[in-house]
Design a binder for this molecule. Structure first.
Ligand code: MRU
Length: 347
């Protein structure tokens, strides 16, 4: 059975509280825009495609609750809601991609009246969710062929079902290869400071029965040196037009290590993560999060009180370190500027 990260139920946006996993499975009901915005900012829901889906449902919720009497008044509310949602997390482009698509849909049916906008936005949010799930399965089909015969894959953060509508991006080729009966063993980076690897990826792989070994982030180099890793597959929060990839902090280091050890470094992402309007990684905004997420784990201080800490939540991997990008429409290889443009024009 596939895990559902976010869904619409009884006039609310519901989601699994990913901050509580793996120990507690708790559902959060967001009944207004503020709750949806908080869920995204606080990482109750996280992962680029999942926050895109959540924001889409959030826009539908705003429309549903609106008492606007005219389409133009409702559109104004939706523009404000989009600004609120987009500002919660700046790096993952899927968020603004989803809210832009919702707004375009509202504008397209505005001439039919307020009720038409409400219906259209609900359907559009469901469509965004369903398309994301389908894209993840397609990424799995394309990417499975890249997993080397022994199947030792290193992944970072959580780019699994929890980070998407389901099935995942980086985990999709792994799931598909495993389902095909091929040997797979996943080395799961713990992913400091938020521990998405230890808490979420390890949990998902356990549920799926896929063999894994959890490692701390600083073990990856040694594992590669010992020949234990055959390839790296990670997700992405934004892929710039030139193929530079923003993903969870620590990804860039893995890409450098992979190059040194001659190990393929793959990025798996749906086309909603590709942002041709952003020329290169230098133009991608990097989210700075609360340093308390570095000095504390699960609310417990692990550093002396008053110490200064930094918390850039993402880094940028230069395109020359990326062996290939696995999308729902196929595998993209360098030179990325032309290849990504061609991929987008084929939409
Ligand atoms: O801060 P997070 O947990 O939202 O970061 C998630 C990642 O970096 C993922 O690798 C990325 O969003 C891809 S998820 C399919």
């Amino acid at each position: 059975m596939e895990l559902r990260t976010v869904w619409w139920e009884d006039d609310a946006v519901c989601l699994i509280d990913q901050r509580k996993l793996p120990h507690t499975m708790e559902v959060v009901r967001c009944t207004d825009l503020a709750a949806v915005a908080y869920a995204i900012r606080s990482m109750q829901v996280r992962g680029a495609p999942a926050i895109g889906c959540t924001a889409a449902y959030g826009m539908a919720l705003v429309a549903q609750q609106s008492v606007a009497l005219t389409p133009s008044a409702l559109l104004t509310e939706l523009v404000q809601a989009k600004a609120t949602l987009d500002s919660q997390r700046p790096t993952a482009v899927n968020l603004a991609w989803a809210t832009s698509r919702m707004l375009r849909r509202a504008e397209a049916v505005a001439s039919e009246g307020v009720e038409a906008i409400k219906h259209a936005l609900h359907a559009e949010a469901e469509a965004i969710f369903a398309e994301d799930l389908a894209m993840c399965h397609a990424i799995g089909e394309h990417g499975a062929s890249l997993i080397p015969p022994r199947g030792h894959v290193l992944t970072h953060c959580n780019a699994g079902g929890l980070a998407t509508a389901g099935y995942g991006t980086a985990l999709a080729p792994i799931r598909t290869a495993f389902a095909q009966g091929r040997p797979v063993h996943v080395f799961v980076d713990e992913t400091r400071p938020f521990l998405q690897g230890a808490r979420l990826t390890a949990w998902e792989l356990l549920q799926a029965g896929i063999p894994q070994t959890l490692i701390t982030d600083n073990m990856a180099a040694f594992m590669m040196q010992r020949g234990q890793i055959d390839c790296v597959i990670v997700g992405a929060d934004r892929i710039a037009a030139n193929g530079d990839v923003a993903n969870k902090i620590g990804t860039y280091g893995l890409a450098v290590l992979a190059r040194y050890h001659n190990i393929p470094f793959y990025v798996a992402a749906p086309s909603s993560t590709i942002d041709l309007a952003t020329a290169s990684g230098a133009d991608i905004p990097i989210e700075e999060r609360d340093p308390a997420e570095v000095t504390h784990i699960a609310g417990v201080a692990i550093a002396p009180q008053g110490v200064r800490a930094a918390h850039p939540a993402f880094d940028v991997t230069p395109n020359e370190l990326v062996t290939a990008i696995i999308t729902e429409r196929g595998i993209v290889r360098p030179p990325y500027l032309a290849a990504l443009r061609q991929l987008e024009s084929g939409r």
